[in-house]
Design a protein around this ligand. Structure first.
Ligand code: ATP
Ligand code: MG
Length: 874
């Protein structure tokens, strides 16, 4: 039996032998593409090539790509765990032809690989072919069919509709007819009963699609129309886990050597055997699947958070925790315990998991802990809702309340339903759905971006970025389009070349203007999309077909450059001072400041921060020149000690930015010399997640302004205290604080002395009423605590007593009633009830215990009446 490692290798070797370049998987978390959060197919990383924005470096490519299908057009989340062949994160084995071979070759090769190399049973294979679509004016794919008929009998080549046999990445973009290979893994007996051909594409767990061969030949435009792509391509994707199931003779992906070690570890840790019940099996599968998605996401630099991609990851983790909690009785963090086994399975093929194990573990524990707390709070809240409903004799809980639990507290709907069912209650589904769709509509409106199709002004095939050397350039417009978002309209422009840096790698995009004949068009931002720089303008220039002067705002760019270079020096400082475990986890470089997130497990001490600042400022004073290598082979760069980041996509040739001993792979803009940074100052150091710290810092003029403000405060303090030096001012502040504390203490003592004399007078004022020692007076004290103190002291010193005191504290009346225990017993009096009644005179309320209670009120002139009433009640 082939192991999963051997199967992955066999695929890559097969295509390498057919002259394919084997490339690494792109990161699973997509950066720099506003239309896609996660890689959902092998072809994503080649989108620019399909769209014709970038020429292909190799005509034939193959790889194994980490994919995640939990959002957007491809979302399998709800299936995962419940079925046995859809995952959130899975590996897609793929091969591509960019304008090279087409349908014939790939159909022959796919057949060769499956039946001759890995030797799947030919009798169990089926192929589907696009039947055409009249509404799109597309005819049946007779060509693909004819190639299949060489290998398969006619009854095993099935014509399929647009839904199954026309592949699209998203709402717009590259697409085309496809031909899928399905396999029937049922037993001989079952196959005799129902022919496999009837089960293809019928969601049967043992008759499944394994490989999709897409013939990429169209581009879907914003108006829904198809336009032919400049060249025809092949794009294939095969589910690695499904192939392993077929080759290892299993009935479920989870029974392969990819998942079994983790599944068995779950069984060991929970004591629940896999296979013992459907419910616990689903839970085990959900956990075994989700730990992959979460670990890969974190390794790619995407931490769980409250927005966008981070939120998607958080929800996956919560889904797993919730299954573990409900079905496997795990009320303590648990997922992280599976990491060692999981990493031992996947770590060899994906070393980023090994390298990032510590941070994955930390983040997982923290997320699990906090969600378990949420579950606890949610259950308590739900209990309240349930008992309220029961007391009102209701059988249904309104949808609004449940939605609030779901939306505000992140409490899972299915868990709510389960708990309600146990208590014989139901949920008003309609109301819940209504709330949910209201919320969806709100966020849809917020996120709605309407882009028109690109309008081509000139036809170019590549864009040159000249911004490393120039901040001005003569440019022509390649294409533009109109965009509407959040009620605003703007335009996006692409040029044949540009000095404008498009937002990438943490550095924000350049601003500036286009000029022609004295007419200026301001560029408010530059972004990167599908490999092109997108310049944002509010209005289009009058004449689009002229040569413009494109001018970058030099001041802002220089400030960004200084901050970017400072970020590299900061990275080096942290790795030198704290240790090489420090890894960049994110950064923001803009003209105003810089932000740097990095892995480190404790707060930086003041000394550490100072040492880091000194390190960076020393490098600034050394005036180190920038050494830049634009096209260095990646291996050479790594040999030079360049730091590469996990979750970044690097080509074979990379740009290396070097300032002395700081060497990084970086595409950003930098100061020509560290001296240009001027000065570096850290302003905050905080935690943003477990094990991830954030530093915010200033450079140059901004840092200077910051220091000037701090000095101004020091100067003002010196003036205030007429001190000659800062130290003297500080000493004065300290002395003032000491003096303040001493005075407070003195006041306290005086108050207590005063209290003693008040007490003496009150004791003297005690009268006998129906055999009880009664004190009833208004007193002058400055706070509640003193009144309480006084009451308790009197009670202690005067036996068989009943004491009613009134006071005005901050102009508000306060009534206090206290009595000795014998009175509570013998006369069955209750101070709480008494203040409640007497408190009415001061428009107040309160309560307490049987022997002591107080009431605060709003009507000072009623205080005497209240005291009288309290006395009258004995
Ligand atoms: P299905 O209909 O089974 O969901 P699909 O049509 O969505 O598959 P494609 O988009 O063509 O699949 O992806 C190519 C291959 O990737 C599929 O043939 C399948 O083997 C695999 N695949 C797709 N989705 C998943 C998933 N969620 N988990 C594991 N493998 C998958
Ligand atoms: Mg699918």
């Amino acid at each position: 039996m082939m192991t999963s490692k051997e199967i992955r290798k066999a695929f890559l070797d097969f295509f390498a032998n057919k002259d394919h370049k084997i490339v690494p998987s792109a990161p699973m978390v997509v950066k720099n593409d506003p239309t896609l959060m996660f890689t959902n197919a092998g072809m994503n990383q080649f989108k620019d090539i399909f769209l014709g924005n970038e020429p292909a470096k190799y005509k034939r490519v193959a790889d194994s790509q980490k994919c995640l299908r939990v959002s957007g057009k491809h979302n399998d989340l709800e299936e995962v765990g419940h079925d046995t062949y859809h995952h959130t994160m899975f590996e897609m084995l793929g091969n591509w032809s960019f304008g090279d071979y087409f349908k014939k070759e790939i159909i022959d090769w796919a057949w060769e690989f499956l039946t001759e190399v890995v030797k799947l049973d030919k009798d169990r294979l089926y192929a589907t072919v696009f039947e055409g679509a009249q509404d799109e004016n597309l005819s049946p794919d007779e060509e693909a069919k004819s190639y299949w008929l060489k290998h398969l009998p006619a009854d095993r080549v099935i014509m399929g509709n647009k839904h199954d046999n026309f592949w699209e990445m998203g709402a717009t973009g590259p697409c085309g007819p496809c031909s899928e290979i399905h396999i029937d893994l049922r037993s001989e007996d079952e196959r005799k009963k129902i022919p496999g051909v009837e089960l293809v594409n019928q969601s049967h767990p043992q008759v499944i699609e394994i490989w999709n061969l897409v013939f990429m030949q169209f581009n879907r435009k914003a108006d829904g129309k198809l336009e032919p792509l400049p060249a025809k391509h092949v794009d294939t994707g095969m589910g690695f886990e499904r192939l392993c199931m077929a080759l290892q003779g299993k009935q479920s992906n989870y029974d392969t050597d990819i998942f079994q070690p983790v599944i068995q570890e779950i069984a060991r840790l929970t004591g629940v055997k896999y296979g013992s019940s459907e419910e616990t099996d689903v839970a085990s599968r959900v956990i075994a699947d989700h730990i992959r998605a979460i670990s890969f996401a974190i390794a790619d630099g995407q931490l769980p958070s409250n927005a966008k991609a981070g939120y998607v990851i958080r929800r996956i983790l919560r889904r797993a925790v919730r299954y573990a909690y409900t079905f496997l009785n795990q009320s303590e963090p648990f997922m992280y315990k599976l990491l060692p086994v999981f990493i031992s399975v996947m770590g060899e093929a994906y070393p980023e998991l090994v390298a990032q194990k510590d941070i994955i573990e930390k983040v997982m524990i923290e997320e699990e802990t906090s969600f378990l707390r949420t579950l606890e709070t949610g259950i308590k809240l739900l209990d309240k809702v349930v008992s309220k409903a029961k007391s009102e004799n209701k059988t249904e809980i309104d949808g609004k309340t449940v939605f609030e639990l779901y939306d505000t507290y992140g409490f899972p709907l299915d868990l709510t339903e389960l708990i309600l069912k146990e208590k014989n209650l139901s949920l008003n589904q309609k109301e819940f759905e209504a709330e949910l769709s209201k919320q969806k509509e709100r966020s849809r409106q917020d996120a709605k971006i309407d882009s028109s199709d690109w309008v081509e002004i000139n036809s170019f095939s590549t864009e040159d970025f000249t911004g490393y050397d120039n901040t001005e350039e003569e440019v022509k417009i390649w294409r533009y389009r109109k965009v509407e978002a959040k009620g605003k309209t703007y335009y996006q422009l692409v040029f044949n070349k540009t000095p404008f840096y498009g937002e990438m790698g943490g550095q924000v995009g350049d601003q500036g203007y286009l000029e022609f004949n004295g007419e200026k068009t301001y560029i408010t931002d530059t972004q990167k999309e599908n490999g092109l720089s997108i310049h944002i303008v509010k209005e289009l220039p009058k004449d689009l077909n002229v040569t413009f002067k494109a001018v970058v705002n030099k001041e802002k760019r220089a400030a960004s450059e200084a901050n970017h270079t400072a970020t590299h020096l900061l990275d080096e400082a942290l790795r030198t001072i704290l240790g090489t475990h420090v890894e960049q986890k994110g950064s923001l470089v803009c003209p105003d400041y810089l932000r740097f997130d990095f892995s480190h497990f404790s707060k930086l001490s003041d000394e550490e921060i100072e040492t880091v600042e000194k390190f960076v400022n020393e490098k600034i004073r050394q005036s180190i020149d920038l050494e830049e290598y634009r096209d260095m082979p990646i291996d050479e760069a790594k040999a030079k000690g360049a730091i590469a980041l996990f979750g970044e996509k690097y080509g074979d040739k990379v740009r290396v930015v070097k300032f002395g001993s700081s060497v990084e792979l970086c595409g950003g803009c930098h100061a020509q010399n560290t001296g240009k940074i001027g000065f570096f100052k850290i302003i905050t150091e905080t935690a943003i997640a477990s094990g991830v710290r954030r530093i915010e810092a200033l450079t140059g003029k901004a840092a200077e302004d910051f220091i000037r403000k701090q000095c101004a405060v020091a100067t003002e303090l010196k003036l205030m205290f007429k001190a000659k030096t800062e130290q003297a001012a500080l000493d004065s502040v300290k002395a003032l604080l000491d003096e303040n504390a001493a005075l407070k203490k003195q006041i306290d003592n005086l108050e207590h002395e005063k209290l003693a004399s008040i007490k003496e007078n009150l004791l003297k004022s005690a009268k006998q009423i129906s055999g009880i020692n009664v004190i009833a007076e208004t007193v002058t004290v400055s706070n509640k605590d003193l009144l309480k103190d006084l009451s308790f002291q009197l009670r202690q010193q005067l036996e068989n007593s009943y004491i009613v005191l009134g006071a005005l504290i901050d102009n508000k009346p306060l009534l206090s009633v206290i009595m000795t225990d014998n009175i509570v017993k013998e006369r069955s009096l209750n101070a709480g009830a008494i203040v409640k009644e007497a408190g009415k005179e001061i428009l107040g309320g309160g309560g307490g215990q049987a022997f002591y209670a107080t009431a605060g009120g709003k009507k000072p002139e009623g205080l005497q009446a209240a005291i009288n009433k309290a006395v009258a009640m004995i």
